[in-house]
Design a protein around this ligand. Structure first.
Ligand code: XMP
Length: 327
């Protein structure tokens, strides 16, 4: 299956009927490749790995083992949603690993963004490999590789090797059922497979998660401020028709404090920065013109509901000169 390419004349999957045809085709292909063997999948809860999981559950059911690693840098409610959708609703064989302390201990005191990224990436591979070694008789590894990943890696833009990085003793055969799809097609297929909209239409979320939005050395309290303020922003954007309209929106908590006042007393707390941008390819981005009254309402909620925050800022900067993420 490794070298399968998208046929030049393949019709773009835009309708439930086309998605259903793709699903049926893949189920046959997956059963042929897998036979009675077992498959392992790192299930992050992102669109690609979720669609791969749902396809494999349909094709081979309990022969699939999903591993969900909670590294402590996920958005509010994400690990719970993965468990609810895959274990409770789809009856998947799901191993949930709470690795929060492990990641946060490794990241303690680390301020350099690229070092933070490396630690998060390496630790993820280590946790996943440890789990894989515990499971007997699994020879296949499923991955949410999509067509742009293949094109970008061929063009030398991005080294795409999700499996790359796994220790050599873990010599898996790859299963890549969405390999020839573009992102929009993966979403149509996911919708047809019955995945919730919140999973299928979610905005892009970086691999290092909230870790690159908790600027500088990550501390648990500041990370909670990122997570809680992000949840409020997402809730308000959803309520006010901006979900699905704005390409990416999130909050950042820098590692400095400023003076404020609450209940007549001086405070010395963190600011929360709101970022909301639109782009086609993430190479450049413009800032969403968020209604001022909504920004005021979100400010009010964040400053009253999020511990340790006394100020809210809106990032007005397009890319370039700023990147989308702060780190
Ligand atoms: P920047 O900050 O480079 O972001 O303008 C462009 C897009 O890429 C996402 N991003 C990442 N995604 N791992 C990822 O998987 C990363 O380390 C990473 N850094 C940035 C960012 O969220 C935006 O969509």
């Amino acid at each position: 299956m490794a070298d399968i390419r998208r046929p030049e004349n393949m019709q773009r999957i835009t309708t439930p009927e086309l998605a259903e045809a793709f699903i049926e085709e893949q189920i046959t292909a997956l059963r042929a490749q897998i036979g009675d063997r077992k498959v392992l999948l790192a299930l992050s809860g992102g669109v690609d790995s979720s669609v791969v999981a749902a396809l494999l559950i349909k094709a081979v059911g309990q022969q699939l083992t999903c591993v969900h690693v909670n590294h402590g840098l996920l958005r509010k409610g994400e690990p719970e949603q993965v468990i609810e959708v895959f274990r409770n609703q789809m009856n998947a064989n799901l191993i949930y690993i709470d690795a929060v302390d492990r990641f946060l201990d490794k990241l303690a005191g680390i301020t350099d963004p690229e070092t933070k990224r490396k630690i998060i990436g390496n630790e993820f591979i280590e946790v996943f490999a440890e789990e894989a070694r515990k499971l007997d008789g699994i020879s296949l590894l499923a991955q949410g590789t999509i067509w742009p990943d293949i094109l970008e890696s061929e063009a030398g833009i991005k080294a795409h090797h999700n499996a790359g990085g796994l220790p050599e003793d873990l010599n898996f055969e790859l299963v890549e059922p969405v390999r020839i799809l573009f992102k929009d097609e993966v979403r149509v297929v996911g919708k047809q497979l019955g995945l919730p909209d919140g999973m299928v239409y979610r905005q892009p979320f970086p691999g290092p998660g909230l870790g690159v939005r908790c600027v500088g050395a990550i501390t648990r309290d500041r990370l909670e401020a990122v997570r809680e303020s992000d949840a409020i922003l997402r809730e308000e954007f959803a309520k006010n028709g901006l979900e699905g309209k704005v390409w990416q929106y999130f909050t950042i908590v820098p590692d400095f404090r400023s003076t404020g006042i609450r209940d007549g007393k001086r405070t010395f707390d963190w600011p929360v920065v709101i970022r909301a941008v639109n782009t086609r390819d993430a190479m450049s981005a413009t800032v969403e013109d968020v209604p001022f009254a909504l920004l005021q309402h979100i400010t009010d909620r964040i400053t009253h509901e999020v511990a340790g925050v006394n100020r809210v800022l809106f990032d007005l900067t397009p890319k370039p000169t700023a990147t989308i993420e702060w780190e």
